[in-house]
Design a protein around this ligand. Structure first.
Ligand SMILES: Nc1ncnc2c1ncn2[C@@H]1O[C@H](COP(=O)(O)OP(=O)(O)OP(=O)(O)O)[C@@H](O)[C@H]1O
Length: 867
């Protein structure tokens, strides 16, 4: 097939190569007859990813080409697998009916599916947005844009690298595009975190992209979207529109607007904070992110909205209060929750369905689902209208019932219409007289066939005679060989099977023509009416998109109320003061994971600008310091998302930035955090502080030697306290009890410790935060708890004792020479009394004299001693 006998490239292969050359970097699915074929490298990848057979075809004299294909009807099954494996897939279809063409069929790429651009239900996760991001690396500012083509959501922003990195982390796009010239920067930025693609440099030009956006939205400028002045964001966003065209996504009217991600509206979370607080994604496999606790939504829109709210907590009091008022309302009127949820459950993925309508991919079932969703939104609209809550009333007003569309679908589309229009049974009776007539004819014709069958059974006496249909002969009469002799002469034999014969008659053919004609016309008319319905639905894009947004918002707020009721959360008080006051705060995730019978120990936190700006929190490993730090940030963020919080009381003086830094060694397992990184990131915190920042520092300085670490930690705390402009509220967890000294020197630094109790040589964790510093670290006790061999534990205690003594010595510039050398082998027995007793018993044994039974008894004795 690849080359003709004379070694020339076949016309088909020529066509393939030409199309392939137009889409470099894409895996080409090339439609040949009923198959999608892949060749060469593509075939190798496809066979591996899809687990399909790889064959080789001769390709001229000495070479061959790999080939792998699958039936065209399996596309929906195989395409998502290829895309999820990170491939860009170009689908090349036959653009003409092969029957009506002589020679080679015209072919062309009808869609280029990339990880970031897909409508396919199998590729998409209903509970997550599927964003394509575009980044413009500018001289002054970088620009970024996000598009979810499956919902039509389009956003952009610009700023410094750390802002963009934070947005990338928050929205976790499935694919990132950028300009070729920025290849090197992009490689440094993205490492292997994202699937990327680069466009030609001329795409990332201001004039071109500005025009692209204007012509897409049909506006004279971009002022209405609030992005006129954002040059870098415009470039990034316009490049996305270009990329859509490049990938044959031309029906994109559902992208009806672009919004600016308003930095000033949302809390600044640095990328480390998003990861460390595990808001949406777990940090490690098996971890539980906060969203898993808070997301009880029942619609895909709600779930996607919740994720957005989590990474973009608000920092303006009024919109936070508005959300809290609604949550409070449902909290107080919990009987409404189930009623509304009952209706929300019928909404489905309205947002993605309407996108499919626009791009011409909606099938009859999906149009029916739009009707169901619109129907279910009516009782919700009614319910909300009657409540004593202004926000709910407003939401009710904004739900558009789209009655005209709903009624039209109801009137015209069969309730149980099939997925595919050409299967028939899509349009209801009574919509069109001609359609009804054809349908009647087709059905009547079929009734008549039954009558013929009955008549012929009687006439011939062949009781098993039946009339069937196949594509080759049309309708035929089938008679088993046993009855062959009874067949009338005028029947025309068409086919002989192993145990039956098939016949046709002129009468049968006559009806066949009538039936087939009628069916063909019936389907053509059904298709026409269905297309009209889809077009009509397309007229309601804006209203339906708005409905989807409102129902998603409602779903999210109800989810907050549900979770608050189930977990005993309270409404936070949002204040303009600088005070952060939490009573009986809990960690929303850890409290759900404790073993049965164990209760989470609640703790209070108080921070302000006057007397308690910085808390130095000491305590042994495992005491609960990290949990306390994280729960404080989570409570603040939950409150500013509009959720109730796990505490008996919370007054939240609005926070505008949350910074988190965890000491290097906590991250060593990921192999990415060195002391240098720790210090760079800490520096970036200190350079970006604000008066309303919340800073969480967990074991900063532990990535270096003790004295280095203490000194660095010490000076960071001093810096935070003495900053000229900002009093950033800070929780500083540390092993270095030496830092307790700071509280005596600075008025707004206070010492706290997470309490533990020592009983004998054991440590009991009380998990309670108490005022005051702690005397020493408890690392050695924790080592013991972790099952460290006793000799190691004893030896560590001994060394610690000497080192502590040494500190005094050190001040006189001496070294740690007082720590005595240890002979580990010898001391093993000496240091553990049980072991030394066992040794004594063993020494007493004379191996040459002991009988097997005595040996067993001795062993038993030794074992007992060791228990
Ligand atoms: N208030 C609490 N109530 C009940 N259990 C808690 C509480 N705080 C923490 N824990 C439990 O203790 C474990 C250890 O807590 P955490 O990691 O916060 O300790 P840490 O003091 O930061 O230790 P390290 O210094 O080793 O990081 C947590 O995983 C959690 O299961």
């Amino acid at each position: 097939m690849s080359k003709s006998k004379d070694g020339q490239e076949t016309p088909l292969m020529k066509q393939y190569n030409a199309i392939k050359a137009k889409h470099p970097g894409a895996l080409l699915l090339f439609r040949v007859g009923d198959f999608y074929e892949t060749f060469g490298e593509d075939a190798v990848i496809a066979s591996k990813v899809l687990d399909i057979v790889l064959t080789k075809r001769a390709n001229g004299a000495a070479s061959h080409i790999e080939l792998a294909g699958f039936p065209h009807h399996s596309l929906d099954n195989y395409l998502p697998k290829l895309v999820r494996a990170g491939n860009r897939v170009a689908i090349c279809d036959q653009l003409e009916d092969p029957k009506s063409v002589k020679g080679i069929v015209k072919r062309g790429v009808t869609e280029l599916v990339t990880p970031g651009l897909s409508y396919n239900d199998q590729v998409l996760d209903t509970r997550r947005n599927n964003y394509l991001a575009s980044i413009y690396f500018g001289k002054e500012k970088h620009g970024i844009a996000f598009l979810d083509v499956s919902t039509g959501e389009f956003m952009c922003a610009e700023g410094n690298p750390s802002y963009l990195e934070k947005l990338l982390q928050s929205f976790a796009p499935s694919e990132v595009i950028y300009s070729k010239a920025a290849k090197k920067t992009a490689a440094e930025w993205f490492k292997n975190d994202f699937i990327t693609f680069h466009c030609e440099d001329w795409v990332y030009q201001y004039d071109f992209t500005y025009e692209k956006l204007k012509s897409h939205f049909g506006t004279a400028n971009l002022k209405g979207f609030g992005i006129e002045e954002l040059t870098s964001a415009t470039i990034a966003a316009g490049a996305i529109l270009y990329y859509l065209e490049e990938t044959e996504h031309r029906e994109v009217q559902h992208i009806s607007s672009i919004s600016r991600i308003a930095e000033e509206k949302y809390v600044w979370l640095d990328k480390f904070t998003i990861r460390n607080l595990e808001l949406v994604f777990p940090q490690h496999e098996g971890g539980v992110p906060l969203i898993q606790i808070l997301d009880q939504t029942v619609t895909p829109m709600g779930s996607r909205m919740m994720k957005k709210w989590m990474v973009l907590p608000l920092k303006e009091k009024q919109p936070i209060e508005e959300r809290l008022n609604v949550v409070d309302f449902f909290y107080q009127n919990s009987s409404l929750i189930e009623e509304i949820i009952g209706n929300l459950k019928h909404i489905g993925d309205l947002e993605r369905l309407i996108s499919k309508v626009v791009v011409g991919r909606a099938n009859p079932r999906e149009i029916n689902q739009i009707k169901k969703a619109l129907k279910a939104s009516l009782p919700i609209k009614e319910l909300l209208k009657n409540q004593q809550n202004p926000t709910l009333k407003r939401l009710s007003d904004q739900i558009h019932p789209c009655e005209f569309l709903m009624e039209k679908i109801d009137r015209e589309l069969e309730e149980d219409a099939p997925m595919l229009v050409h299967q028939g049974g899509v349009i209801k009776d009574g919509v069109d007289a001609e359609l009804d007539e054809y349908r009647g004819l087709a059905n009547k014709g079929k009734d008549f066939l039954v009558q013929i069958q009955q008549r012929e059974i009687q006439n011939t006496g062949i009781s098993s005679l039946k009339i069937s249909f196949n594509k080759v002969f049309g309708y035929y009469l089938e008679v088993t060989h046993a009855h062959k002799d009874k067949v009338p002469q005028e029947w025309i034999r068409k086919q002989t099977l192993v145990n039956a014969e098939r016949y046709i008659t002129p009468e049968l053919k006559d009806y066949e023509e009538k039936i087939l004609n009628a069916e063909e016309r019936m389907i053509a008319l059904e298709q026409k009416y269905f297309q009209e319905l889809v077009l009509e639905a397309g007229q309601f894009v804006t209203q339906i998109q708005q409905n989807a947004r409102i129902l998603g918002t409602l779903d999210t707020l109800i989810s907050f109320a549900k979770v608050a009721l189930a977990n005993g959360y309270t409404r936070p008080k949002i204040s303009d003061t600088e005070t952060l006051e939490i009573k009986d705060g809990r960690h929303p995730v850890i409290e759900k994971q404790l073993p049965v019978g164990e209760n989470y120990v609640p703790n209070d936190i108080y921070l302000d600008h006057d007397s308690q700006q910085i808390l130095i929190i000491t305590g042994p490993n495992m005491a609960g310091k990290s949990a306390l730090l994280r729960q404080t940030a989570l409570i603040v963020l939950m409150a500013q998302m509009g959720s109730f919080v796990p505490a008996s009381f919370a007054r939240i003086g609005i926070i505008d930035k949350v910074f988190t830094r965890v000491g290097a060694s906590d991250n060593l397992s990921k192999g990415e955090s060195t002391f240098m990184v720790e210090m760079t990131e800490t520096a970036s915190i200190l350079n970006n502080l604000s008066d309303r920042s919340l800073v969480l520092m967990d074991e900063i300085g532990r990535g270096t030697s003790t004295y280095d670490g203490i000194s660095i930690a010490w000076s960071i705390v001093e810096f935070l306290h003495n900053h000229q402009n900002f009093k950033a509220k800070t929780l500083f967890a540390t092993h270095y009890h030496e830092l307790n000294q700071l509280a005596t020197d600075f008025p707004r630094i206070k010492n706290f410790n997470v309490a533990v109790k020592e009983v004998g040589n054991k440590v009991i964790f009380l998990r309670k935060l108490k005022e005051g510093g702690s005397e020493h670290s408890f690392g050695i006790h924790v080592a013991q708890m972790a099952g460290m061999p006793n000799p190691v534990v004893f030896r560590a205690s001994e060394i610690l004792g000497h080192l502590e003594k040494d500190k005094a010595v050190k001040e006189k510039k001496e070294t740690f020479k007082s720590v005595p050398k240890n002979n580990f082998q010898l001391s093993l027995f000496e240091m553990d009394p049980k072991l030394s007793e066992a040794k004594k018993l063993l020494d007493e044994v004379d191996i040459n004299a002991i009988s097997p039974i005595e040996a067993l008894l001795k062993l038993h004795e030794i074992k007992k001693k060791m228990e």
